[in-house]
Design a protein around this ligand. Structure first.
Ligand code: DON
Length: 303
C-alpha cells in the first residue's frame, strides 16, 4: 500500500465537499477561517509520517484537546475520575444541558462539554496549570515546541461562553467541581484554543495507537487505560453522530469544532484530518468523508 498516493487521492476526492457545511461561528474567531482548506496526515507507530493537502496549517483543535486532557488525568490520577463522569454516549449535542439535571450532575461522558469541564477541573486540581500540561504533552509527543494556545480564540470563546458557564454552574450546584467555576472555564477554554497542524496532531496521538507508549518509549498510560480511552472515543468521540462515524469509519475518533478529527488504528497508526466545514453534529464533513475513504480503501478498521 502506497500511503502517500492514497492521501493524495483522498485530497483530490474531497475537493467537491470543501466549502460545504457550516464553519463554527458561535466562537466568532473561528468563523474567519478559510473553509476551503483540507489536510490529512498519517503517523505510523514508528514515527514515520505521511501528509497531504493543508497538513501543515495550524488549526484550533477545540474538543480534540479533551482526549489529551483525559489521558493526563488517567495517567496522573488513575480511575477516580470515573466517579464523577459516566462512559455512555449522550445521543445529544456536545453542549446540551438537559441530561445533567435528570442525571444528578454526572455528565454522560468525558467528551461532551459537561464531562470535559469535570476532567479540566480535576486536571486543574492535579497540575495547577491544566492547559499548560496539555500543551506540554502535545509538544513532547509531536516534537513541535511551537504548539501554543491561540489567545484570540480563547478570548473569543470566553466572551461567548454562556452555555459552558451554565454547565459549569450546574456541575458546581451538584458538588461536581472542586475549583471555582471561573478557573475551570478559563482552563477549559485555553485547552480548547490550542492550535496545531494535522502532522502535529497525528504524531501527538500516537500513544493511543501504541498501547499508551510515548514517543520516547516511556509509558503514559497502561495498555488497559489506552483501550478504555479508545473505546470511549468510538462510542462518544463524535457526539450524537458517533453511530454514523463508527458505521462509516470504523475507528475510534475525536472531533473538534475547528474542523479537525483524530482517528486511531490500534497497534498501527493515527490519522488526522482537518477541514473547517462542519455537519449537523459539529464534525468536519470532508474530514469524515476522508476517513471513510481511508479505512474503506486500506481495510484498516477495528471491525
Ligand atoms: O466548548 C466548546 O463549545 C468548544 N470549546 C469545543 C466544542 C467542540 O469542539 C465540539 N466538537 N465538535
Amino acid at each position: 500500500m502506497d500511503i502517500q498516493n492514497l492521501l493524495d487521492d483522498i485530497v483530490a476526492s474531497v475537493q467537491p465537499l470543501l466549502g460545504q457545511g457550516e464553519v463554527a461561528d458561535y466562537i466568532p474567531q473561528l468563523a474567519s477561517v478559510n473553509a476551503k482548506q483540507f489536510g490529512i496526515s498519517v503517523a505510523m507507530r514508528s514515527g514515520e509520517v505521511y501528509s497531504s493537502g493543508d497538513a501543515d496549517v495550524p488549526f484550533s483543535i477545540q474538543s480534540i484537546s479533551k482526549v489529551f486532557a483525559l489521558a493526563l488525568v488517567l495517567a496522573r490520577d488513575g480511575d477516580s475520575i470515573w466517579k464523577r463522569v459516566f462512559r455512555e454516549p449522550s445521543g445529544n449535542p456536545f453542549n446540551s444541558l438537559v441530561q445533567l439535571e435528570s442525571e444528578d450532575g454526572i455528565p454522560r461522558n468525558p467528551f461532551i462539554n459537561a464531562g470535559a469541564l469535570v476532567v479540566a477541573d480535576r486536571l486543574l486540581s492535579v497540575t495547577g496549570h491544566p492547559a499548560s500540561a496539555v500543551r506540554e504533552l502535545l509538544r513532547q509527543e509531536s516534537g513541535n515546541p511551537r504548539i501554543d494556545a491561540d489567545a484570540d480564540v480563547a478570548a473569543s470563546e470566553l466572551l461567548h461562553s454562556h452555555r459552558n458557564t451554565s454547565l459549569a454552574h450546574f456541575l458546581a450546584s451538584y458538588g461536581n467541581l472542586e475549583n471555582p467555576v471561573e478557573e475551570v472555564l478559563e482552563a477549559y477554554v485555553k485547552q480548547c484554543a490550542l492550535a496545531m497542524s494535522c502532522t502535529d496532531l497525528a504524531l501527538a496521538g500516537r500513544f493511543l495507537a501504541a498501547n499508551g507508549a510515548r514517543a520516547d518509549g516511556t509509558p503514559l498510560l497502561s495498555r488497559s487505560q489506552t483501550k478504555r480511552i479508545n473505546a470511549v472515543m468510538l462510542t462518544c468521540g463524535t457526539y450524537d453522530a458517533a453511530g454514523e462515524f463508527a458505521y462509516r469509519v470504523g475507528l475510534p475518533g475525536k472531533s473538534g469544532v475547528g474542523g479537525g478529527i483524530v482517528a486511531v488504528v490500534p497497534e498501527h497508526c493515527t490519522i488526522s484530518v482537518w477541514s473547517p466545514g462542519l455537519g449537523r453534529s459539529g464534525n468536519s464533513l470532508a474530514g469524515v468523508a476522508a476517513l471513510d475513504e481511508f479505512t474503506t480503501r486500506t481495510g484498516l478498521s477495528i471491525f
